[in-house]
Design a protein around this ligand. Structure first.
Ligand SMILES: NC(=O)c1ccc[n+]([C@@H]2O[C@H](COP(=O)([O-])OP(=O)(O)OC[C@H]3O[C@@H](n4cnc5c(N)ncnc54)[C@H](O)[C@@H]3O)[C@@H](O)[C@H]2O)c1
Length: 273
């Protein structure tokens, strides 16, 4: 059984991951830490019977919780400021991390990567753990190789509670496209547009446009638009339910206990693409 620490169990994603983990024969939730619902039973939050009666505890006591419960893996879908603190603590305690939180800073990513090597804690960081989106990443790379002189725009839509924009997934798509174009992402990216005309050339390179929609309860849509002379292709992924992300997180939890090399893995690696 994999001894799991859930960070952010009361969040939309944290609840789904806790539900799937409680139902999974290979996973044993040993602790759940948050900043709200402290003292509540996890089963009252996720509506799944929990024979261990896990109580939601204060994340500010994380070190004490780790000392008492000895988790092997931590799963974190919270907010960047929390992840950047709590996952450093986990890594320093030899706990392998599965991180789905988006908008993480480059400073954190650098520091975390060093800890992964120094403390030998393989971990997963992925802005999107859905299978289909990771196929979209692969497809975008291939398509961009063929269509590198076409105009490319990334359009994403999410629910109005989402904190970051563009989404972590859209940014990853941007990195993949830039790599295929042989361009520096920061040099060609164009977030949103003002009144026109909008010339598409930045420093002699065709720009890569991003557009974010925040509305209602949209789970997550991503479109990559390739437009050439007289024709266009749209690659589109739509998440209908957050279970596609939660199931990806469960796969990542199981995968990360099996690997030896101390590095940061992607969902593509988890899924073996
Ligand atoms: N990687 C993926 O596949 C994927 C999919 C969906 C969402 N996300 C990302 O996951 C994150 C969470 O999304 P959500 O919709 O569940 O958000 P949410 O607002 O519903 O949940 C956030 C949770 O974090 C908790 N939290 C806040 N500060 C904390 C702290 N210091 N320590 C522990 N917990 C703390 C909150 O109490 C809440 O329970 C976001 O960054 C989102 O972009 C990733």
């Amino acid at each position: 059984m994999i001894k799991l620490l859930v960070l952010g169990p009361t969040g939309v994603m944290g609840k789904l991951i806790s539900e799937l983990a409680l139902k999974d024969d290979e996973i044993d939730i040993v602790a759940a830490c948050d900043i709200i619902n402290l003292g509540d039973k996890l089963e009252s939050i996720v509506a799944v019977k929990d024979s261990k009666n896990i109580i939601i505890t204060d994340v500010n006591n994380l070190q004490k919780v780790i000392d008492q419960t000895k988790p092997e893996v931590a799963v974190d879908f919270t907010v960047a400021a929390a992840t950047e603190k709590n996952c450093l603590i986990c890594a320093k305690n030899g706990i392998r991390c599965v991180i789905g939180t988006t908008a993480l800073s480059q400073e954190f990513l650098n520091e975390f990567e060093n800890l992964v090597k120094n403390y030998q804690v393989p971990s997963v960081i992925s802005p999107n753990m859905a299978t289909g989106v990771n196929i979209l990443f692969k497809t975008a790379s291939t398509l961009t190789n063929y269509l590198n002189d076409w105009d490319i725009e990334v359009i994403e839509a999410h629910h109005h509670r989402k904190i970051d924009a563009p989404s972590g997934t859209a940014l990853k798509i941007g990195q993949i496209i830039s790599n295929s174009l042989g361009s520096d992402f920061e040099q060609i990216v164009k977030f949103g547009r003002n009144r026109g005309p909008n010339k598409r050339l930045i420093g002699g390179k065709n720009e890569l446009g991003f557009h974010s929609i925040r509305a209602g309860d949209i789970v997550g849509d991503h479109i990559i638009l390739y437009a050439g002379p007289g024709e266009r292709i749209e690659l589109k992924h739509q998440a209908h339910s957050r279970y596609c992300f939660a199931e990806g997180a469960i796969k990542a939890i199981k995968f990360i206990t099996q690997v030896k090399e101390a590095k940061i893995y992607s969902t593509s690696e988890v899924l073996g693409f």
